[in-house]
Design a protein around this ligand. Structure first.
Ligand code: SF4
Length: 536
């Protein structure tokens, strides 16, 4: 690879030619990269015209992070570019392709049980960025492919031993019931308002738990590009009957007109990257034009497209969406693309880098928020203990790469108690050690914008660190979001514990109960009562 004389694709039309003598990635390498990633002619034209892959950026990333980078790899991809693999048949096809390439996955029945309970979906991009030479410890492999040990061993054994399909289906149905799809009492967050006729209207696809931010689960976003094995929204993507689904956009605007405290709309799913431009336009046009909606200042889109299908952004079809982002920017509304990167590998490929640069060129603020998950972004040593240094280094490198690409590091959070929590969770004490190391190792500008948190019904509780009170070690905690925002003003303490892996398992340090517990019960009881009355 390498042709330092060819700079055509590495410079935008306006910029001066780059001095390429110091570069680890030369312009010729970029051409080879685009060949390997099978960029279409359309993508190449967009990249060239808009200067989306400057050699200087790729080079600096490559030189600093060769251990994570897929930029200069040259092995042909195993999966046909542009393909999707869905459900059991898709998984079997993936296994077949791997087998034809000398990679044989084991414990197929166990993996298939996982797929029946949850789902399987993978884009060729996700599968091709896996390092198949060392796949078992590859983070994206753990993120996208079901693994033995994810499902409870008793249920797994029963499934493996089942003699008939009927028996298997019963085990799947029974297990699916127990997967706790709506942790944190989410049904209580369903907002309602009195319409002009004095009737109560519920927003079926929305949650309003914290004053400033309104979540919207739009009907067009209930899908994902690939399916994450730890998904804490599996009710949404599995299509459970009690999923949140917003069909009526006007209803949302009517609600917002009565709720001036809301400044941010967070469109999520599934994946907000699925929303067609014309539907997005219906959301934003009244927000731009209606004087009663000027209190809305930020539109957030929660999407993993930059990890799973970044090429979507590198098409002319996406131009209409970019025009809408321009429009928001021109009207003083922040357009925030909330990405979910948890490993450097997800970023260090030419598709994702070009897609990020394209979004940013249209005024989009790209920020990353992601969970710290065992096997993916948290690692154990050979004795099963959390490897603090290795785990922290993953996030330190990630944070610095985000900064080099001009992305904000929004937040990290601990695994929510839903799905196969046991597989991905780690003791809060270890999470705190990893987080402290990350925080202390980063320049302040590159740190996550708040301490690592965990969502429970009361709100998001951050672990600030450990403290010693009267000679006894304890955790210092603080809400970063809360059902009562005044709770955020208070630091409180929990008994130190080396093993507990959920914040709500931690016991209060020097009191019988936490300061917010009584009030939380009251708030939840009132919300339940109001919900029941309005449903009656
Ligand atoms: S992108 Fe989000 S909603 Fe979709 S599978 Fe992953 S975690 Fe679940």
């Amino acid at each position: 690879m390498g042709n330092p004389n060819n700079t055509a694709l590495s410079t935008s039309k306006q910029s001066k030619p780059e001095n390429t003598t110091h570069l680890g990635v030369a312009a010729g390498d970029i051409l080879s990269m685009m060949d390997r990633y099978q960029f279409s002619d359309e993508m190449r034209t967009i990249i060239k015209q808009e200067g989306l892959l400057p050699a200087g950026v790729l080079s600096r990333l490559q030189v600093n992070y060769p251990q994570h980078s897929g930029l200069m790899e040259d092995k042909p991809f195993l999966f046909e570019v542009g393909s999707h693999y869905a459900g059991l048949s898709g998984f079997r096809k993936v296994c077949e392709i791997l087998k034809n390439n000398g990679i044989e996955l084991t414990k197929i029945k166990e993996r298939e049980l996982y797929i029946k309970v949850y789902r399987f979906l993978a884009t060729s991009h996700s599968l091709n960025i896996i390092n198949w030479d060392n796949y078992e410890t590859d983070s994206v492999y753990q993120l996208v492919l079901p693994q033995p040990g994810m499902i409870d061993p008793v249920a797994t054994q029963a499934y493996v031993d089942a003699k008939t399909k009927v028996e298997q289906d019963e085990i799947v149905a029974e297990y699916s019931e127990k997967t706790n799809p709506h942790d944190g009492n989410q049904q209580l967050n369903k907002p309602w308002f009195e319409n002009d006729k004095g009737e109560v209207e519920f927003l079926d696809g929305s949650q309003h738990k914290y004053p400033q931010c309104q979540l919207v689960f739009d009907t067009s976003t209930q899908n994902c590009f690939s399916f994450c094995t730890y998904c804490f929204r599996h009710a949404q993507v599995r299509g459970d009957e009690d999923m949140f689904l917003q069909k009526d956009i006007t209803q949302l605007h009517n609600y917002l007109k009565k709720h001036k405290e809301v400044t941010d709309i967070l469109i999520t799913g599934g994946d907000a990257g699925f929303m067609p431009a014309n539907r997005f336009e219906q959301y934003i046009t009244p927000i731009i034009e209606d004087p009663e909606l000027t209190h809305i200042r930020t539109i957030r889109l929660g999407s993993r497209a930059l990890t799973f299908q970044p090429e979507m952004i590198l098409t002319q079809k996406f131009d209409k969406m970019l025009e809408l982002y321009d429009l928001l920017y021109k009207n003083g509304i922040q357009m925030a693309w909330m990405a979910h990167f948890s490993t450097p590998r997800e970023l260090l490929n030419p598709r994702t880098i070009a897609a990020i640069r394209r979004l940013k060129a249209h005024g989009v603020i790209v920020r990353s928020q992601s969970p710290i998950m065992n096997h993916i972004s948290l690692f154990t040593d050979k004795n099963g203990k959390v490897d603090i240094d290795k785990s922290a280094q993953n996030w330190i490198d990630l944070a610095n790469i985000l900064a080099m690409l001009g992305l904000g590091f929004h937040s990290m959070y601990a695994a929510r108690p839903t799905g196969e929590h046991h597989y991905f969770a780690a003791p809060m004490a270890d999470i705190e050690r990893v987080f402290s190391k990350i925080y202390n190792s980063l320049a302040s500008i590159n740190r996550p914008s708040r301490h690592i948190s965990m969502t429970i019904s009361a709100g998001k509780i951050a672990i600030l660190g450990t403290s010693i009170i009267n000679g006894e070690k304890c955790f210092a905690l603080q809400f970063t979001e809360a059902r009562n925002m005044e709770w955020m003003n208070r630091v409180f303490h929990a008994k130190y514990d080396e093993q507990k892996n959920k914040i709500d398992f931690l016991l209060p340090f020097d009191t019988e109960k936490y300061f917010f517990e009584d009030e939380l019960k009251e708030i939840e009881a009132n919300l339940t009562k109001a919900l029941q009355e309005r449903l009656a």
